[in-house]
Design a protein around this ligand. Structure first.
Ligand code: NI
Length: 169
């Protein structure tokens, strides 16, 4: 297991446009493996290559349904709308309310360069949107409707928050 340092908000690498992956080689496979290790160690549900300082279009996502590796991902269809909490491993200690599509279809390549298409709903759709935004230098804080304050969750009995803190992506 090899983990990499997660770069945090304020680092210009998070604001750059990541480059398309052209070579599906050992270096890419190691990057994807390290990204997954880094995500799991940080208890995150997604991680994009720019978050470990690598400006390549590669992301990993695992919302509890297994690891998904996406290289050169693009959202090709989106429908519906969901409004909910979101956090980011590069924005530690904070979370906010973000509006995302309810369902998205992503076209990408796998680690071998083969074309894949995945559809996600609910939290998985949110994770896909969040990670793909990272590849274009966009953070959830740019899109959030509002910040969630730490003392707020205790006050809001009505809102479905079971585990207290938002999972980072
Ligand atoms: Ni993030």
């Amino acid at each position: 297991m090899a983990t990499r340092r997660i770069v945090e908000i304020g680092d210009e690498k998070l604001r750059k446009h990541a480059k398309k992956v052209e070579k599906f080689d050992l270096r890419l496979r190691i990057l994807l493996k390290d990204m997954a290790d880094t995500m799991y160690k940080a208890d995150g549900v997604g991680l994009a290559a720019p978050q470990v300082g690598i400006l390549k279009r590669a992301v990993v996502v695992d919302v509890g349904e297994g690891l998904i590796e996406l290289v050169n991902p693009e959202i090709v269809a989106a429908e519906g709308e969901q409004t909910g909490p979101e956090g980011c491993l590069s924005v530690p200690g904070r979370s906010g309310i973000v509006v995302r599509p309810e369902r998205v279809t992503v076209r990408a390549q796998n680690a071998q360069g083969e074309p894949i298409e995945v559809t996600g709903e609910g939290f998985l759709a949110r994770a896909f949107c969040h990670e793909i935004d990272h590849l274009d230098g966009v953070l959830y804080v740019d899109k959030m409707v509002r910040e969630i304050f730490p003392d707020e969750e205790a006050e809001e009995d009505g809102e479905a928050e079971t585990d207290g803190e938002e999972e980072g992506q």
